[in-house]
Design a protein around this ligand. Structure first.
Ligand SMILES: *[C@@H]1O[C@H](CO)[C@@H](O)[C@H](O)[C@H]1NC(C)=O
Ligand SMILES: *[C@@H]1O[C@H](CO)[C@@H](O)[C@H](O)[C@H]1NC(C)=O
Ligand SMILES: *[C@@H]1O[C@H](CO)[C@@H](O)[C@H](O)[C@H]1NC(C)=O
Ligand SMILES: *[C@@H]1O[C@H](CO)[C@@H](O)[C@H](O)[C@H]1NC(C)=O
Length: 524
């Protein structure tokens, strides 16, 4: 306040007059501030103390591994990578040039061109996707036994059966769509014309040593792995037991006021989602809203899995690790339609607090202008139904400029930028001590967060964090100190924070476990 009293305090009257003016001024200023604040956030002063319902409506196998137990041949689900070494030649099969050519068997070591990503047809039958994203298959609809890698979409001629040796599962033979087995005829040529059996010995050119790795455990894998008969039953059982009404009661009794609920894009076409996804997650989300109402918990809906995958991770329901979101206009339009659907369905629900347009798009696969275009369309879709529900924009992972969304956000109301802070996943955290981890929160994270927390910009949200680190042998007190440091710093975010996640077989990743065991206390 600019009241220069020493200059003007000549008479009592003038002084009083000025004080009156200044009071009026400050009243106006504080009204204005309140108006601005209301404009930014629908409930002034309310900050989200939220928890994510990870692994519920979008599967993440590491959160709940037993969900995958009943899948036949469950180490060969969609996206598993295989490499094949010919036993007769002793070299790896390779998609020459990475694709668009033939299969050869002349590589002494295996990397990208020697790796095939599986698309699962059933427990034994697959398509093999090569480095160039094309598919291996028989030439000319199977008339010619040469194996080429030129198909952009898999047809029946791109289908292969993996036959394992019962006595040694790493030895396989691969039957092509013409009924014959692949053989490494020479190092320069792999063909589908081996008719005999010939046993599993090192002299059989149709025997390969298979190295399988990188198995993904997302929604695509679990639903396609169980298949159309079993998946609906397994998934609906999971949705109705993993998160239940009592969990919302627990949250309300333990100092939480919101949930962030990851959903997949297929929820918008429930009850007829595109294969292999199955119906029922919408019903589960409806249940969450009624429990939220009962226990006064706000709901943040988060589009966690967008069509084509925005980051290539299992948590965005990628089929094989590729990232296709934003590469076609169709993926953008489908995402906007999902937001439109969710906004229209829940906008009038008193507990809908925010919609997050997409989770964790990555800078190495999603261009900023593509994302900005989508964010504007998604924002407009929400605003068709609600003027005050907050719209959350997730920062891209891997960016230098943490304010890159600010120009776009400046034209939006009740808008929030989401950042995720983990002391994990980067080598710089590998050797930090307990205290160094805590210092990193107090110094580096605090400074990162204050960079984006401005008085006239978007609100800020630490939408994912966890009291887990690379430290081994930490005590309960260490965890408490680490968690408290984060609560302190992330408490400065103007929209609030959300712990990742509510339930998890890994106990530090389960906020429920952390609260029940006294590692984290939110009520005082
Ligand atoms: C493998 O075989 C193909 C086809 O003959 C040839 O073009 C390529 O140079 C060979 N590569 C190696 C590493 O021998
Ligand atoms: C697949 O799983 C089975 C049993 O779970 C295991 O014995 C086998 O080694 C696994 N194979 C690969 C290639 O990981
Ligand atoms: C938006 O406004 C409506 C009507 O005033 C109110 O019922 C609802 O709770 C508000 N929503 C939020 C997210 O504040
Ligand atoms: C944290 O910030 C300090 C000061 O800017 C910097 O020297 C340090 O390298 C940062 N720590 C890590 C782990 O990046």
């Amino acid at each position: 306040m600019k009241v220069e009293t020493n200059k003007v305090a000549k008479t009592h009257l003038i002084c009083s007059f000025l004080i009156l003016i200044s009071c009026l001024q400050s009243l106006i200023i504080s009204c204005e501030a309140r108006r601005i604040k209301r404009h930014l956030s629908s409930t002034p002063g309310l900050k989200m103390k939220a928890v994510n319902l990870g692994g519920w409506l979008v599967t993440e196998g590491w959160i709940h591994p037993s969900l995958f137990d009943g899948i036949p041949n469950n180490n060969l689900t969609d996206g598993t990578q295989i490499q094949l070494k010919s036993v007769t030649i002793g070299k790896y099969v390779c998609a020459e040039n990475g694709g668009g050519s033939i299969l050869v068997a002349n590589r002494t070591s295996a990397s990208g061109w020697e790796t095939f990503r599986l698309w699962r047809i059933n427990e034994n039958t697959f398509n093999f996707r090569v480095f160039s994203n094309q598919f291996a298959g028989l030439q000319g609809n199977g008339a010619n036994p040469a194996v080429v890698t030129t198909a952009n979409k898999p047809r029946s001629s791109e289908t292969f059966q993996i036959v394992k040796n019962i006595d040694d599962e790493s030895r396989v033979r691969i039957r092509a769509s013409n009924g014959l087995f692949l053989q490494a005829k020479t190092q320069d040529l792999v063909t589908a014309d081996y008719a005999g059996d010939g046993g599993w010995g090192d002299d059989n050119p149709s025997v390969f040593i298979m190295n399988a790795f990188g198995t993904l455990h997302g929604e695509y894998q679990v639903t396609n792995g169980y298949g159309p008969e079993k998946a609906p039953q397994v998934m609906n059982e999971h949705w109705s037991t993993f998160i239940v009404e009592d969990d919302f009661k627990f949250m309300s009794q333990n100092g939480l006021n919101a949930v962030r609920i990851p959903v997949g894009w297929w929820i918008a076409s429930d009850p007829n989602p595109p294969k292999p996804f199955v119906a029922g997650s919408l019903k589960a989300l409806d249940n969450a809203f009624s429990w939220a109402q009962k226990y006064d918990i706000r709901v943040i809906i988060d589009l966690h899995a967008a069509p084509g995958s925005q980051n290539g991770n299992e948590h965005s329901a990628t089929r094989d690790g590729s990232l296709e979101w934003g590469k076609t206009d169709e993926t953008i339009q489908q995402s906007v339609a999902t937001i439109d659907f969710l906004a229209s369905r829940y906008a009038r629900h008193p507990k809908l607090y925010a919609i997050e347009l997409i989770n964790e798009p990555v800078s190495w696969g999603v261009a900023l202008d593509t994302l900005n275009k989508y964010y504007q369309l998604g924002y407009d879709a929400v605003r068709k139904y609600s003027s005050n529900v907050s719209v959350i924009l997730s920062n891209r992972l891997g960016i230098e400029d943490s304010k890159e969304l600010f120009p776009l956000a400046s034209g939006m109301q009740s808008v929030v930028v989401d950042v995720h802070y983990y002391n994990l996943f980067e080598t710089k955290f590998n050797d930090l001590s307990v205290q160094q981890n805590i210092d990193f929160i107090n110094n580096n994270r605090s400074s990162d967060l204050s960079t984006i927390t401005t008085s006239n910009g978007p609100l800020t949200f630490v939408g994912e964090w966890v009291a887990e680190w690379q430290v081994s042998g930490a005590t309960k007190q260490d965890f408490q100190n680490f968690a408290n440091a984060q609560l302190q710093v992330y408490g400065q975010a103007t929209f609030g924070w959300a712990y990742w996640t509510f339930k998890n077989v890994k106990k530090h990743w389960s906020l429920q476990w952390m609260i029940q065991n006294g590692y984290i206390t939110l009520t005082n």
